[in-house]
Design a binder for this molecule. Sequence first.
Ligand code: FES
Length: 117
Amino acid sequence: MQRMTAPAEWRCSAAELTPGRTTKFRLECRGRGVEGFVVNHDGEYHAYVNRCPHVGTPLDLWPNEFFAEDGRTFICSTHGALYEPATGYCTAGPCAGDSLTRLPLRREGDILVVTCP
Ligand code: FES
């Protein structure tokens, strides 16, 4: 039986990721599965590993729900750490001063391409 593996890069249409939206994906990086997400924050795209630096759980309790009620800040569903979408910097909570792990993201025309770090 063939094992299903995630690709080493992930692509999506930039036009479909409108401002304020996020989308999730999986990469295979050096034999390890990595779950990530991309955000369109004020027209700029950023990709991060979906892993809170506090204890390593995914940020989203409900799939693809990353924003706090303000719609402008990421919130970790486990203990409520807050993050800036543009930088991944944690501004409040148990891991304040730490950051999400950024994933390399480039644009090829209308296509966003995220790769392993
Ligand atoms: S695991 Fe995210 S704040 Fe604790």
